[in-house]
Ligand binder design. Structure first.
Ligand code: PXL
Length: 274
């Protein structure tokens, strides 16, 4: 895998203090991969919304725009703008604004909306805005649930044939944006299907039947880091799928799943590889 100079990546997500998701994942992962993550929290939460009770939430309605303005005044050029969980239409607007202010940045949107066929708590009203944001991105990274929501297709729990997985990614890249669809069940494997310009690929990993919040953020962050190191998209997906599998395998199966995967001791592996 190729090495390249550190890149400056504007990360627009919430900051959940506990639970291993969003900025708390993107920051260490991208830094370990040699990049400079610039952290723009859209809201502060004590934890994510996925199984740790009712979090304390502090929205930051005016902060984002003021921060973008400051970065512009400083003359910063972002190599990439990477958005994740956005809990309100204003947060989506903030990402649009960042895209407009830095048109040369690589625009990557992880359309965090739900999983296992269901919306995450409170995300129902954000679908149309997310679809619009995806249309402006260079690359989107939905899971199966999010791909179906974006395409207005029913979600079915199914075992994918390779061609069906590719077609889901193709449908997104034809109508919305270049896409990598993650977490598609395929026999003993989970597959990621990519459709990106003329590139079409499938990356498979042995399926581990354990579910943790935040693994989508871990996947997306490693993928962004690997892409910005100059890897091809398929190689970046392979690196991301591999790291998520390693982190799940490393996590004590008896640990509280809502606290996420134990990726911290493995960060050194990201320094050396990909
Ligand atoms: O990992 C996605 C995510 C990020 N941030 C918050 C969440 C979730 C998923 O539930 O609740 C606050």
């Amino acid at each position: 895998m190729k090495q390249s100079a550190p890149k400056t990546i504007l990360c627009i997500h919430d900051l959940s203090g506990m639970g291993r998701c969003s900025l708390a994942v993107a920051a260490p992962v991208l830094a370990a991969m040699g990049h400079q993550p610039i952290l723009l929290p859209t809201a502060l939460l004590s934890t994510h919304t996925g199984g740790l009770g009712k979090p304390a939430i502090h929205n930051l309605p005016d902060y984002g725009e003021a921060a973008l303005q400051h970065y512009k005044e400083l003359g910063i050029e972002f190599d990439c703008i990477y958005s994740g969980y956005l809990a309100a239409p204003q947060d989506q607007q903030l990402v649009h604004k960042a895209f407009d202010l830095w048109p040369n940045a690589l625009k990557i949107v992880d359309p965090v909306l739900g999983d296992h066929g269901k919306f995450y708590s409170g995300m129902e009203s954000l679908l149309d805005g997310m679809r619009e944001l995806c249309r402006k991105a260079d690359l989107i990274l939905p899971n199966q649930t999010e791909a179906c929501l974006l395409l207005q297709q029913p979600y079915t729990e199914m075992d994918f044939e390779p061609e069906q997985a590719q077609q889901l990614a193709d449908a997104l890249s034809d109508t919305i944006q270049k896409a990598v669809v993650t977490g598609l069940p395929m026999g003993k494997h989970l597959a990621c299907a990519g459709s990106y310009g003329r590139e079409r690929f499938l990356v498979k990993r042995l399926r581990i039947n354990r579910n943790y919040p935040g693994t989508g953020d871990l996947f997306a962050s490693v993928l962004v880091g690997a892409l910005l190191r100059g890897n091809a998209l398929s190689a970046a997906v392979d690196a991301a799928a591999g790291f998520v599998a390693e982190a799940i395998n490393y996590t004590d199966p008896a640990a509280e799943p809502a606290l996420g995967v134990w990726f911290e001791p493995l960060l050194g592996r990201l320094c050396e590889r990909n």
